[in-house]
Design a protein around this ligand. Structure first.
Ligand code: NAD
Ligand code: DAU
Length: 352
């Protein structure tokens, strides 16, 4: 038995593949297009491990996706593959429509064709787990209750609109064609191997380089932060015991304004890697014009997954953020490679 993971060379996907195998899961076929966000170097610890098979491919390519499914006969697909960065979606929405909407559609079609080749027992066991985001629910006011699974979808950015569309397609393929799907909607992840375009790794990267720390607007936008390992354990629980056709919100019960996140990072860096002139990293903070359409607040009510599947996060923000900063301090070579372009040259050479 195998599972097929899409987007397994990205931040959460790579963490998931490593966690899955470490937890004794069956072999993984990792299907990834290797965009700028996909880095095989993140999976270097699995080199020579036959339980990890990498296939370079686009979820939007029906033929390659179906051929991969037919060749490896997985018992589940976990779909992480997506364009994931809100700011990029504002500059260039086209890639988000291509991958998140059309790509998910082609992958669903390939899954449907593959399902038709399975026997009844295999069909009953098969799962298509779609990994989505809390951003599909839109923006909360300060005193609104946290997002529940029953909230209406109100996406505000091209990224969240494209993820919302993909969630609707996944739902429709269950109701119309009986595809055995489950969807997860998670809050902001942080941890090792996150590309330094997202808030936390960007701030660490800039701080260590002595560059300014750009804070959008007044810095009081609120996000719920979840350590990536906890997202991985939640996905394992949903894959194992999630009810078909259901959606599960995943979050850390850990709402925080961006300013608090940046202050925390600066304070940890001050302690772990003091600057030569002894000034605090906080002096690098720099307020810049706001992100267009910037959602004010996200908060996740994760009680359904807790009650039904017994899942809750293992890390607090305090423990998770310290681990994360230490990981970046210890893995500056990884950061250097993914930001210098050298990594992409390496992939071209290695996989030509
Ligand atoms: P990421 O940008 O780090 O990685 C995305 C991966 O998908 C990369 O390896 C990339 O090469 C691959 N990919 C992109 N387009 C592809 C295509 N057309 N075909 C195959 N592979 C393709 O993203 P991430 O932060 O790891 O997020 C993974 C998933 O989790 C996404 O679906 C995202 O919407 C969702 N999510 C992310 C967060 C978060 O905080 N990062 C929170 C909730 C949900
Ligand atoms: O909520 C889940 C989502 O979290 C995921 O679906 C997305 O894939 C993921 O990118 C993330 O989206 P955000 O837009 O919340 O994450 P980002 O790290 O880009 O920004 C977090 C907050 O920090 C947000 O309020 C914008 C702010 N920010 C971000 C950057 C990059 C800044 O103030 N300055 C910055 O330079």
């Amino acid at each position: 038995m195998t599972i097929l993971v899409t987007g397994g060379a990205g931040f959460i996907g790579a963490n998931f593949v490593m966690d899955w195998l470490a937890a004794g899961g069956e072999p993984v076929v990792n299907y990834d297009k290797l965009t700028y966000a996909g880095n095989l170097e993140s999976l270097a610890s699995l080199k020579g491990n036959n339980s990890h098979v990498f296939v370079e491919g686009d979820i939007g390519n029906y033929d390659t996706a179906l051929a991969t499914l037919n060749q490896h006969r997985p018992r589940a697909i976990v779909n992480f593959a997506a364009e994931s960065h809100v700011d990029r979606s504002i500059h260039s929405p086209g890639e988000f429509i291509h991958t998140n909407i059309l790509g998910t559609y082609q992958l669903l079609e390939a899954a449907r064709a593959y399902l038709a080749t399975l026997n009844e027992a295999e069909k009953a066991a098969f799962r298509f787990l779609h990994v989505s985001t809390d951003e599909v629910y839109g923006s909360l006011k300060a005193n609104d209750p946290a997002f529940r699974e029953s909230n209406a979808y109100e996406p505000n950015s091209p990224y969240s609109a494209s993820k919302a569309a993909s969630d609707h397609l996944v739902r429709a393929y269950h109701h119309t064609y009986g595809l055995p799907v489950v969807t997860t909607n998670c809050s902001n992840n942080y941890g090792p191997y996150q590309f330094p375009e997202k808030l936390i790794p960007l701030m660490i990267h800039n701080a260590l380089a002595g560059k300014k720390l750009p804070i959008y607007g007044d810095g009081m936008n609120v996000r719920d932060w979840l350590y990536v390992g906890d997202h991985c354990s939640a996905i394992r629980a949903v894959l194992d015991k999630g009810r078909l056709g259901e959606t599960y919100n995943i979050g850390g019960w850990n709402e925080m304004p961006n300013l608090t996140v940046v202050h925390t990072l600066c304070d940890i860096l001050d302690a772990e890697r003091p600057r030569a002139d002894k000034s605090s990293y906080r002096t690098l903070m720099n307020f810049v014009p706001d992100r267009p359409g910037h959602d004010r607040r996200y908060a996740i009510d994760a009680s359904k997954i807790h009650k039904e599947l017994g899942w809750k996060p293992a890390e607090s923000f305090e423990t998770g953020i310290k681990k994360t900063v230490r990981w970046y301090l210890d893995n500056q070579a990884w950061v250097g490679n993914v930001t210098s372009g050298a990594y992409r040259q390496w992939v071209a050479k290695q996989y030509q």
